[in-house]
Ligand binder design. Structure first.
Ligand code: ADP
Length: 188
């Protein structure tokens, strides 16, 4: 199975993604995790990404697209994968279509977690106390919500039109949300 998981910052995407990738037996490909690993290792890619991430901006598409194309071509992603945090722009949607086309495959579904904005902000402020993430300050948290609404929310309509979108209520405990995802994707 080949899936995407989407949701605004704070929706619990990362937590659910780990469990869902395990269920489908596929590679969990989180662009945020890959960027953070590169930042930690102080690679060239990490240095570029850090400037954007710390400001709550998206890393430029050409950087992100090349990284995902490489990752999807690896063996462990051949049969099944869960993309977490990609695509985030319409340009990335077009690029992903191209990558999958070249690999001779396509998406089976797009899980979108929905959470009201007040809850998102309060979750992220809580996380900021423990995460040590440099993009978890209040101004940056608010800015990331704005960027999500402007750049990423329009992708929901694209995948809805393609009949791929599965919207799941992201309120409640991680287990409750995980159960909803499982119910919504019986074949996963
Ligand atoms: P969150 O879902 O909490 O925003 P992520 O871990 O998914 O966190 O991403 C962290 C940061 O990494 C983003 O704010 C952005 O700067 C960068 N990033 C991740 N994925 C992408 C992407 N597909 N395109 C551009 N930037 C990205």
């Amino acid at each position: 199975m080949r899936l995407l998981i989407m949701g605004p910052p704070g929706a619990g995407k990362g937590t659910q993604a780990v469990a869902l990738a395990e269920r489908i037996g596929g590679a969990h490909i989180s662009t945020g995790d890959i960027f953070r690993a590169n930042v930690a290792q102080e690679t060239e890619l990490g240095r570029t990404a850090k400037r954007f991430m710390d400001a709550g901006e998206y890393v430029p598409d050409e950087v992100t697209n090349a990284m995902v194309a490489d990752r999807l071509a690896q063996d462990d992603a051949r049969e099944a994968f869960l993309l977490d945090g990609y695509p985030r722009t319409l340009d990335q949607v077009a690029k992903l279509d191209e990558i999958l086309n070249e690999l001779g495959t396509q998406l089976d579904g797009v899980v979108a977690l929905t959470v009201v904005e007040d809850e998102l902000i309060s979750r992220l402020l809580e996380r900021a106390k423990v995460s040590g993430r440099t993009d978890d300050t209040e101004d940056v948290i608010r800015h990331r919500q704005d960027v999500y609404r402007a750049e990423t929310e329009p992708l929901l309509a694209v995948y809805r039109d393609r009949g791929l979108l599965v919207e799941v209520d992201g309120m409640g405990t991680p287990d409750a949300v995980g159960q909803r995802i499982a119910d919504a994707l019986p074949s996963a």
